[in-house]
Write a protein that binds this ligand. Structure first.
Ligand SMILES: Cc1ncc(COP(=O)(O)O)c(C=O)c1O
Length: 365
């Protein structure tokens, strides 16, 4: 079928910026420098400035960004880190990589992000950090999370993998906690042509620690002063990200425009995503809820519309991670049965959104 609508079209995005990408890649080849050079340094400055945060450290992935943020705080075996079960597996996998134990709490029924009222019951003498996830591009409710963390001397590490450019109470996400982790996986609002990530922080000592851990704990003489790893962002991806960063605001505005179109055409038909007061949602995903989600999804597919599920199985119910939730997580579990991500990406046309909506409306009639 030629008029299929897919969840994302990265070729269309590349076509729209091809000459600039070609120039950026040629510049890297001409430089002969492929690891930790001028492009990574420039991107780190530009991305930190965009997010209004003092320091950015380029990483090889968002998963490493979470892992190294936790390690920089001294978190590891014997510690507990509170996060959600409604997230990409990466959030929980990164916590486990440090040796710490993830403790999964339930989500708010409106935003589907961490419910701050659930933190108290998850607190133990081993709790060291909270990792709120700004899922789907929607900022988690940070003020009560930060208050709780302050009261119990916990670190807060924002998982910003899906929220480049989102805002909470007038501030960009990424500078609200002690550290934040971004992913530049190709499908993200800001995506590389491969893997990539970044850690952001306003704390110089934490930034230096993350930088050390990123490259074997090396000092200037390549002598390991600490045990570290290879978690470097490469020059090619940094050069590409610099081009795309210049478009991010325009792309996020377009995402918001398309989301508003969906909202206007589907009002009262489905449970629609909410934008909490004083936040800027950047709609990495446009996640609706429907009681007959699977039937609706199949119906859309029969009409050439590909909708995805983020995420079909909550992490605490996946075989590899059973037992990480202290209790059942009713809001997470019921959302997992109903959520459906309708196609949304900046290059999607208004008529495509209208077609998706027509199909959704015809499903219920
Ligand atoms: C919420 C969330 N956290 C963490 C990650 C991990 O990022 P990466 O795939 O770059 O390791 C992702 C991306 O998959 C994500 O969506």
């Amino acid at each position: 079928m030629s008029d299929e609508i897919f969840p994302i079209d990265l070729k269309a995005q590349t076509l729209s910026i091809q000459p600039e990408i070609d120039t950026a890649i040629a510049r890297v080849f001409a430089s002969g420098q492929f690891i930790l050079g001028a492009e990574v340094e420039a991107f780190e400055h530009e991305f930190a400035e965009y997010c209004g945060v003092a320091h950015a450290i380029g990483m090889d992935s968002g998963t490493s960004a979470i892992e190294l943020s936790l390690l920089a705080c001294g978190i590891g075996a014997g510690d507990e880190v509170i996060t959600v079960s409604n997230t990409a597996v990466a959030t929980v996998a990164a916590i486990e990589l440090t040796g710490a134990k993830p403790v999964l709490v339930d989500i708010d029924s409106q935003t589907l992000t961490l419910d701050p009222s659930k933190l108290e019951a998850a607190l133990t003498s081993h709790t060291r950090a909270v990792v709120p996830v700004h899922l789907y591009g929607c900022p988690a409710d940070m003020n009560p999370i930060l208050d709780f963390a302050r009261a119990h001397q916990l670190f807060v590490i924002e998982d910003c993998a899906q929220a480049h450019g989102a805002q909470y109470h007038g501030k960009p996400v990424g500078g609200l906690g002690h550290l934040s982790a971004f992913s530049f996986y190709p499908t993200k609002n800001l995506g590389a042509y491969g893997d990539g990530g970044a850690v952001l922080t306003n704390d110089l000592a934490l930034a230096e620690q993350v930088r050390l851990l990123r490259q074997y704990g090396w000092d200037a003489n390549r002598v390991s002063q600490q045990k570290g790893m290879n978690a470097r962002l490469d020059e090619m991806q940094a050069a590409i990200l610099r081009v795309k960063l210049r478009r991010l605001e325009t792309w996020n505005d377009r995402r918001r425009e398309l989301a508003a179109l969906y909202q206007s055409l589907l009002a009262d038909v489905l449970t629609l995503p909410v934008e909490p007061p004083e936040t800027r949602h950047v709609f990495h995903q446009f996640v609706v809820r429907h009681p007959r989600r699977d039937t609706l999804r199949n119906y859309l597919l029969e009409h050439g519309i590909h909708a995805q599920i983020h995420y079909p199985v909550p992490i605490h119910l996946q075989p590899a991670y059973r037992g990480l939730a202290l209790h059942s997580l009713p809001v997470t579990e019921s959302a997992a049965d109903q959520i459906l991500s309708l196609p949304l990406y900046p290059e999607l046309r208004n008529e495509d959104v209208k077609r998706v909506c027509q199909m959704v409306l015809s499903f219920d009639s």
